[in-house]
Design a protein around this ligand. Structure first.
Ligand code: NAD
Ligand code: FES
Length: 285
């Protein structure tokens, strides 16, 4: 196997692909919550992606990518045997994993891929974990069996009611909180989802962690691209995060900043190989 070679590819949905990549140095060091920044070729932009799983013995890491922009579409088209030019990682602080008691973990859409290793690590620490995963429709639900196999209580929602409970993950959260005392909530998905979760849990004073994925360029705290407002402080998601106290995040500012790049994203998709860089997940509702 060659460094950065794709050794397995799975289509989770039409637009969500799971890739196993040979990267033994990263596999040896990574922990739940860490991410990588990759570059497909020398003209490619830098794409931050959270590591979904890893295998130290095989020297592989798994990433799950949703094809939303030009570069993620290029990545989704790569196949077994292809080599990714650069992989930088593991980056970011890993998730705080401890015994908290009863924890609710929420994955919205492709955010479920980020929640998975956290759920696994929390279970290993003996926590009682309730997982809520939500998607627009049944076909977009990912990692259902993998999460079930961790021995957690799994609740599924779809916006259109095609599978599980009809509604948002926040509806299911409200339901659970009405009957159960919860010690901690971890929510990863669209910014609006994390904002709404944080509003609900703030009222009940339940400590809540969210994972932020703002625009990232260098991933080392130098460029300032990933700055986020946490309480009265400016933090860099790449080196101070990506996880933060959801009750302190200025979600409105982050949503506004991310949406500023939507037009550029559209025009980039119409161009052939461009070097202008911003990451994959710019579409936040
Ligand atoms: P999506 O828009 O289909 O939403 C997924 C689910 O989130 C919905 O089914 C719903 O249950 C919930 N949700 C959405 N809007 C909500 C709202 N206003 N109130 C309450 N709940 C709401 O998700 P997608 O298209 O798969 O996109 C996934 C998002 O996750 C992207 O925006 C991406 O930026 C984000 N993401 C974040 C990270 C991270 O590390 N923070 C990692 C990967 C993806
Ligand atoms: Fe440049 Fe975080 S990505 S400071």
């Amino acid at each position: 196997m060659r460094q950065n070679e794709i050794i397995n590819k799975e289509n989770l949905t039409k637009e969500i692909k799971a890739l196993d990549i040979y990267a033994p140095d990263i596999a040896r060091k990574c922990k739940a919550g860490n991410f990588i920044i990759l570059r497909l070729h020398e003209h490619g932009e830098r794409i931050p992606l959270t590591i979904n799983d890893w295998n130290m013995e095989k020297g592989t890491i798994k990433i799950i990518v949703q094809e939303v922009g030009k570069s993620t579409k290029e990545l989704g088209k790569m196949d077994v045997g292809d080599i990714i030019l650069n992989l930088l990682g593991p980056l970011g602080h890993s998730s705080k994993i401890d015994y908290f008691g009863k924890v609710v973990c929420i994955g919205g859409g492709v955010g479920t891929a980020v929640v998975y290793p956290i759920v696994k690590a929390l279970k290993e620490k003996g926590n009682e974990v309730i997982v809520i995963i939500g998607a627009r429709t049944k076909e977009l639900i990912i990692l259902e069996n993998e999460i079930k196999n961790l021995g957690v209580s799994l609740h599924i929602t779809t916006d259109d009611g095609s599978y599980g409970m009809k509604g948002f993950v926040t509806d299911e959260l409200q339901e659970i909180l009405s009957s159960t005392d919860i010690d901690r909530v971890i929510a990863i998905g669209p910014l609006m989802m994390m904002k709404k979760v944080s509003e609900i849990t703030k009222q009940k004073q339940i400590h809540t962690i969210v994972s932020l994925n703002p625009v990232m360029i260098d991933g080392t705290g130098m460029c300032g691209g990933c700055r986020v407002k946490i309480g009265n402080e400016t933090k860099f998601a790449c080196v101070d995060g990506p996880e933060f106290d959801g009750h302190k995040v200025d979600f409105d500012e982050l949503i506004h900043r991310n949406n500023r790049f939507l037009e550029e994203e559209k025009s980039t998709q119409n161009r052939t190989r461009s070097g202008s860089g911003h990451p994959c997940k710019l579409i936040n509702k």
